[in-house]
Design a protein around this ligand. Structure first.
Ligand code: ADP
Ligand code: MG
Length: 224
């Protein structure tokens, strides 16, 4: 699903140059559930944003599902992302002016789907995420756990092959965190490939394996 070779990301501002990712190579097979761990500032979000086609690497190759996507222009990147990658963020990133229903329906608006089918799919995924009773509420009327279930519903509505989650339980208490991890595990069992950034060993224990980052490099477990 993912093949990354010699990936490097440099952020340049007027004064400083940050080497956020330093020559990273790894693969993730279809159907895998991988956790990315490492201290704050080591490049986890930068890596996830590149994997999710929200950003380009400075150099290196990125094959997503067999297609080179490491060097796309912003428009092509957006197109390549639609329907293929679902994103879940620590801060939920729901649109406050839209209801739960509208938030979840959003990714389908970019795909050509009949409105009757669209409705059926939104209702089904809301049911699965156990949030149907909040369909007409706005994000600020929901608890954190409910908001993250809405965010997951939105991430999976278009049946993406790849789900990327950046500290998905970071703003949740342990009960809601466990609920989110169970949902991700279920989605993985049904065939979704998942790459998740986490600080939590408990969350990482749901994954098949862990990639450890330190200072923009992958380090073997024994060197931590
Ligand atoms: P993590 O998610 O592991 O905490 P990040 O990927 O957010 O780390 O950041 C890695 C490094 O890159 C940090 O030093 C951070 O300050 C820097 N960085 C991240 N995004 C930007 C940006 N847009 N511009 C400049 N520097 C950035
Ligand atoms: Mg981060």
């Amino acid at each position: 699903m993912i093949k990354v070779e010699n990936l490097t990301k440099v952020f340049r501002t007027e004064e400083v140059e940050t080497l956020a990712l330093n020559d990273i190579s790894f693969e993730v097979a279809k159907g895998e559930f991988v956790a990315i761990m490492g201290p704050s500032g080591c490049g986890k979000s930068t890596l996830l944003n590149i994997l999710g086609l929200l950003d380009n690497p400075t150099s290196g190759n990125y094959l997503l599902d067999g297609i080179e996507v490491g060097n796309l222009k912003e428009k092509e990147r957006t197109r390549a992302r639609k329907g293929k990658v679902g994103f879940v963020f620590q801060s939920f990133n729901l649109i406050e002016e839209m209801t739960v229903y509208e938030n979840v329906e959003l990714p389908l608006n970019y795909l050509k789907i009949r409105s009757s089918e669209r409705k059926a799919r939104v209702e089904e995924v809301l049911r699965r995420m156990n949030i149907s009773h909040r369909a007409n509420h706005f994000p600020n009327q929901l608890s954190g756990g409910q908001q993250q279930r809405v965010a997951i519903a939105r991430a999976v509505i278009a049946n993406p092959k790849l789900i990327l989650a950046d500290e998905p339980t970071g703003n949740l208490d342990s009960n809601n965190g466990t609920e989110v991890m169970k949902l991700l595990t279920e989605l993985n069992r049904e065939g979704s490939t998942i790459v998740m950034v986490t600080h939590s060993l408990h969350d990482a224990s749901y994954a098949h394996r862990t990639i450890n980052l330190f200072d923009g490099k992958i380090v073997p477990e024994t060197q931590l």
